[in-house]
Design a protein around this ligand. Structure first.
Ligand SMILES: Cc1cc2nc3c(=O)[nH]c(=O)nc-3n(C[C@H](O)[C@H](O)[C@H](O)COP(=O)(O)OP(=O)(O)OC[C@H]3O[C@@H](n4cnc5c(N)ncnc54)[C@H](O)[C@@H]3O)c2cc1C
Length: 532
């Protein structure tokens, strides 16, 4: 290597780009990371949205971040602190009742609605736990690549596939059947088999529609439910927690880990093009015209954005191009941050308490979620939308002035693209008002307590974060876009069809969420190819 030439250029400084950069630099490679925005972190950032009020701008709660990555990058030593919610979930109901879910209280709470359901909770968790343990083990592995040329090249992949088959075989038959059901069926069908009362099905079923523009009764939502159970907080499996300082605290700690390994991070440095010479990715051209050359080019962008905008279609195999054209994106997400003069008071539980630290789900039943989805397909959004609300300032006093609060509204089931040619630019405020009114129905006075708000329609998520169609997962988590087929069968091992070009973002295995796993796995494959 001579002069300013780099070993690796990473396009995009989302958390996966940072994780990938860290591992490569730790192995001794010269790494340059180019981020379009003025801040690293991608969808995992904390920003001030009103004077004195900061919040996780997009992604807002932590669970999936891999313990190995936390340890390798020494994120705690770089200042990260993750705390548990004092209650996992809170579901206010229109009839004035509520369901509180969390350690030590779920059974008693579910019994208010169904003694039978309360009695089934332990075996539900035990059975789901067996399946999620297996899938969790695969997160830091590269899926088998069974399309290599010749038997010799295929041997390691056959071994990998064999290992996977052995793991599956080690599950008891009930767990194998559960896995099949979750992969093939809907979250709603799965939960209907277990429970009879609506509230517990709504709390658990919400995981099946998070970032998933689909009815909970659509096939595929079973896997999305499972995906949201693959994490942990401080060793508690399936739990969700809060990073003190917001999600940006995670990526700022990652940036420090990168700096300690000598990664060169350039901000406000958008890349215009991946340079391909003699059939190989050899560098990138930045918007300012500068060319940065390297032996490996790694993209943290969602695959559609990468191949639509940065790679010359002429260098791609025709079938790959066609598959990417039909790669499915669009998570139906509408995201708001609000500054509050006071804490909300829920009609069903007015006094402040642990429930204000919970993921507060406004969607009382699976049927409600199903209707919200179908209405959105028809009209763009529903008058009765699904809203998850968090008030992170109840756990973290660094986000708002004393006595005031910030809240994240994570709203599901708006159309990624509005019907009949309508534009999100014309409906942003109207839909934001609807989301606030929905919360206000359950917590009267909420609307009046709002000092300021920040609103992201799917179009805004695309503009600000580069999330095509506002897809928070970099592509739908559906069977033909998962594991060895993420983003496309034959490229599940992070290697793209142009030699020297790799994917390290959530559009590769194991998909979306703040996991760090795609970045970790991609780095391992790049190191192999560069002979490290
Ligand atoms: C609204 C919302 C809520 C979410 N909530 C949660 C949650 O609570 N918990 C959770 O675990 N996950 C959540 N997610 C999902 C999770 O945040 C993402 O799946 C994850 O952050 C993706 O990380 P990434 O590093 O792969 O990509 P990204 O974070 O998308 O990073 C890609 C980076 O590439 C940059 N970039 C784009 N184009 C260029 C270019 N031309 N040149 C240079 N750089 C470029 C972008 O600016 C960005 O920084 C949420 C996402 C959103 C949007």
């Amino acid at each position: 290597m001579r002069g300013n030439e780099r070993d690796v250029v990473i396009i995009g400084g989302g958390h996966n780009g940072l994780v990938c950069a860290f591992y490569l630099a730790r192995a001794g490679l010269r790494v340059t990371l180019l981020e379009r925005r003025a801040v690293v972190g991608g969808a995992a950032v904390t920003e001030e949205f009103h004077p004195g009020f900061r919040n996780s701008t997009a992604s807002y709660t932590v669970s999936l971040l891999q313990p190995k990555i936390i340890a390798d990058l020494k994120l705690y030593e770089h200042g990260l602190r993750i705390v548990e919610r004092r209650m996992a979930n809170f579901l206010p109901l229109p009839d004035g009742r509520y369901l509180a879910v969390g350690e030590g209280r779920t059974k008693e709470q579910v019994a208010k609605f169904s003694a039978r359901d309360a009695g089934r909770l332990d075996s539900y968790h035990q059975r789901l736990g067996a399946v999620s343990d297996l899938v969790r083990e695969l997160m830091l592995e590269t899926p088998p690549h069974m399309t290599g040329p010749g038997l010799l090249a295929s041997l390691p992949e056959l071994f990998k596939a064999g290992k996977l088959a052995r793991r599956l075989g080690a599950l008891d038959l009930a767990a194998q059947r559960d896995l099949l059901a979750l992969l093939g069926r809907s979250a709603g069908d799965y939960l209907d088999d277990w429970f009879e009362s609506d509230p517990i099905k709504a709390v658990y079923g919400f995981d099946g529609i998070v970032g998933n523009y689909a009815s909970p009764y659509m096939a595929g939502s079973g896997y999305v439910l499972l995906h949201h159970l693959l994490g942990e907080v401080n060793g508690k499996r399936g739990a969700w927690g809060h990073a003190i300082g917001g999600m940006g605290a995670i990526t700022q700690a990652m940036a420090k880990a990168c700096a300690a390994q000598g990664v060169e991070v350039r901000l406000a440095a958008p890349v215009r093009e991946v340079l391909v010479e003699k059939g190989r990715a050899s560098g990138v051209v930045c918007e300012n015209g500068e060319t940065v050359r390297a032996r490996a080019i790694i993209s943290n962008l969602n695959p559609k954005l990468l191949f639509d905008k940065l790679v010359d279609p002429a260098v791609l195999p025709e079938d790959f191009r066609a598959r990417m054209a039909s790669y499915r994106m669009g998570s139906g997400t509408f995201r708001m941050n609000v500054a509050l003069s006071e804490l909300p008071r829920f009609a069903c539980l007015a006094q402040a308490g642990d429930h204000l630290t919970a993921g507060i789900i406004i969607a009382p039943s699976l049927g409600y979620m199903d209707r919200a989805y179908h209405t959105a397909r028809d009209k763009g959004w529903s008058e009765n939308p699904v809203v998850e609300m968090l008030i992170p300032s109840t756990l973290d006093d660094t986000l708002a002035p004393q006595g005031a609060h910030v809240s994240s509204l994570f709203c599901q089931h708006v159309a990624p693209v509005l019907p009949d040619g309508a534009s999100w630019n014309d409906h942003r405020e109207e839909v934001a008002d609807r989301m606030i009114a929905t919360v206000d129905n359950y917590a009267p006075g909420f609307a009046a307590s709002i000092i300021a708000r920040q609103v992201f329609t799917p179009l805004d998520l695309e503009r600000v974060f580069g999330l095509t169609s506002g897809d928070i997962m970099h592509g739908r988590l559906e069977l033909d876009q998962l594991f060895a087929a993420r983003p496309v069968l034959g490229h599940g091992n992070y290697r793209m069809p142009v030699p020297g070009l790799y994917l390290c973002g959530a559009g590769s295995h194991p998909g979306g969420g703040v996991t760090g796993a795609p970045g970790h796995n991609a780095a391992r494959e790049v190191l192999k190819d560069l002979g490290r």
